[in-house]
Write a protein that binds this ligand. Sequence first.
Ligand SMILES: Cc1ncc(COP(=O)(O)O)c(C=O)c1O
Length: 165
Amino acid sequence: MSQYKKNISNQEKLESPIDFRSDTVTLPSHEMLASIDNTKLGDDVYEEDIEVIELQEYAANLLGKEASLFFPSGTQSNLTAMLAHCQRGDEVLIGRHYHTNVYEARGVSVLGGVGICPIDTSASGSMKVSDMLSQIKDNDPSLCCNKTSLFREHFFWKSSASTGA
Ligand SMILES: Cc1ncc(COP(=O)(O)O)c(C=O)c1O
């Protein structure tokens, strides 16, 4: 069953607290919808999308980074991060109940040839260091994987669907 299926009305969604998992979970407020009328639009490739550029600069400054990149979806940004850090034949350690392991259709394996190694997660989403270390394989491509990376999900929500409960 989908984790999104909560049978709540759009009005209830609008009144509930902001939930940053997805723009499909928290709907835009009336003010946000009204501001769409005045939004400056443009092609991002030609660097004409002024508001996206401003948002990226704001996020980079906020986090003290050289630059930032806006992604319209969490699944897309998770996949891009893993593909940027991993090569074909690498392995990535991911919390067993993380969204990346349960809901993202193994995109990193399908598109990037990267193996997923699920690690047990606590109710708050943490993983034991000993569990992670025990899954780092020898760096021998003829036997196992080239390199092991760790994927950490900051936002963790263990749904009844993902636990099978
Ligand atoms: C932790 C986490 N990551 C990623 C996503 C996916 O976000 P999107 O629907 O924008 O692809 C979700 C959606 O619920 C999520 O909970």
